[in-house]
Design a protein around this ligand. Structure first.
Ligand SMILES: [Zn+2]
Length: 117
């Protein structure tokens, strides 16, 4: 594998890991949403930075579900997009929804829900 490929694979694995964590957050999210003053839940940025960037993004569960309905979409903090790997499809002040470019899709296929891309 080339250096670039290795980087893509590592990043994709990290993204998949944070997606797993966010799935847990979403599971308890209904309770969290009820307690939240603005009805949003705090998720982790899914940018896939090595070791995690630690940034939080606030989203409604509805918005989160829309991201998860496609297995190659991720929610990241604005500015955390990786332009070689993904393109932004939706923007808010709080988060950016990115869609994997076709070359990167094989690395993120192990979606826990098996959603279509
Ligand atoms: Zn990030």
């Amino acid at each position: 594998m080339s250096r670039v490929d290795e980087r893509f694979v590592r990043q994709a694995r990290n993204e998949a890991l944070f997606r797993e964590v966010n799935e847990r957050i979403a599971e308890i999210g209904e309770a969290a949403e009820a307690w939240s003053p603005d009805g949003t839940v705090e998720f982790l940025c899914e940018c896939g930075e090595e070791g995690g960037c630690g940034a939080r993004i606030r989203m409604s569960l509805d918005a989160y579900e829309r991201v998860r309905s496609q297995d190659d979409r991720f929610a990241v903090k604005p500015g955390h997009e990786t332009l070689e790997l993904e393109r932004a499809v939706d923007w808010t002040d709080e988060y950016v929804i990115v869609d994997k470019i076709p070359a990167a899709e094989p690395y993120v296929e192990d979606d826990p829900r098996g959603a279509p891309s």
